[in-house]
Design a protein around this ligand. Structure first.
Ligand SMILES: C[S@@+](CC[C@H](N)C(=O)[O-])C[C@H]1O[C@@H](n2cnc3c(N)ncnc32)[C@H](O)[C@@H]1O
Length: 302
């Protein structure tokens, strides 16, 4: 709660101390400080050195109140990115809201690996399945500007935001509302030489280990799959790729770290001759690459 006495102008130092007191019990020392820096940056345009240099500068009553309100939400575990409406992905930012997942560092890593693998074979046509905020599609388009990039999602609200994000990042991307689980949607799609996806992959039974800031605020449709069929999206994506990946194309997906071997086995059973499981920076099985090996063209970079 913000008391009435807080509704006044404050110095940077006073505000910083108040915010720290509000956040510390919930987020601990390091996280609280990181959050305070982000709030100062977002609402005041202050970088870290400025916070130190301008300690005695007065922040207006209105600005102080806005920042205190944001901190109160953080203390209720609302993710910072939903409060500021902004998330960073590699070297650009996207707007996020409750219809879109907050992009994760593993996903940034997937895009970096993809860009590396495709160095010798810049894809002409790229598809991002389950685009959410549009972060993957935008990053791929920025990396391969001459590609035709298409992104699909089942959520109209997510697509609206993704489209605005693409425009803000000068990325020309076609956004299409489609359900990847319905193969009747497939015939309308062209061929792609790179298909990438970070589909929902957390099993319902894994909810128990998930923080409340994710469970209470992030869209469940973006995250969860039933325990009885945790690979349903990968089966649909593999089927789609079987029909819509060019002969020399590649499929890359982010996966549930506990289902690496199962995902590989699934893609093999769907006919991909080359499959590869890759770890993320934490050493967890996190990405699967699949393609057909008898390619006459340039190989993918190792
Ligand atoms: C894990 S999120 C990934 C979002 C974004 N690509 C990222 O990496 O941050 C999965 C996305 O798949 C979308 N999705 C869920 N079910 C879908 C379906 N049946 N067909 C297409 N997209 C779906 C969700 O709306 C969500 O945006």
């Amino acid at each position: 709660m913000i008391s009435k006495t807080d509704n006044r102008s404050m110095t940077v130092k006073e505000l910083q101390e108040k915010l720290y007191k509000m956040l510390l019990p919930v987020h601990g020392k390091e996280e609280s400080n990181a959050m305070i820096y982000r709030l100062f940056e977002h609402y005041l345009g202050f970088n870290r050195p400025l916070i130190v240099i301008e300690r005695e500068k007065t922040i207006s009553r209105q600005k102080s109140a806005t920042i205190m309100k944001a901190a109160a939400k953080l203390a209720e575990n609302v993710p910072l990115q939903y409060i500021t409406g902004k998330a960073f992905f590699l070297d650009f930012s996207v707007r996020v809201n409750r219809y879109t997942l907050i992009p994760r560092p593993e996903t940034e890593e997937m895009v970096l690996i993809a860009a590396h693998l495709l160095t010798n074979k810049p894809p002409k046509n790229i598809l991002d399945i389950g685009t959410g905020s549009g972060c993957i599609a935008i990053a791929m388009k920025r990396q391969f500007p001459s590609s035709q990039t298409v992104a699909i999602d089942i959520s109209k609200k997510a697509l609206q935001l993704a489209s605005a994000n693409a425009q803000n990042n000068s990325a020309d991307i076609e956004f299409i509302q489609a359900d990847i689980l319905k193969s009747a949607n497939f015939p309308g799609f062209p061929q792609f030489d790179f298909i990438i996806s970070n589909p929902p992959y957390v099993r319902e039974s894994e909810k128990i280990g998930i923080n409340s800031n994710v469970l209470d605020y992030e869209p469940h449709r973006a995250l969860f799959v039933p325990d009885h069929d945790p690979l349903r999206f990968y089966r649909a994506i593999g089927l789609f790729a079987g029909r819509h990946l060019t002969g020399s194309g590649m499929l890359m997906v982010e996966i549930n770290e506990k289902l690496g071997n199962e995902t590989v086995a699934l893609f093999q059973s769907q006919g991909f001759t080359h499959t590869e499981l890759r770890k993320d920076f934490r050493g967890r099985d996190r990405f699967v690459i699949a393609y057909n090996g008898n390619q006459m063209s340039q190989p993918f970079r190792k």
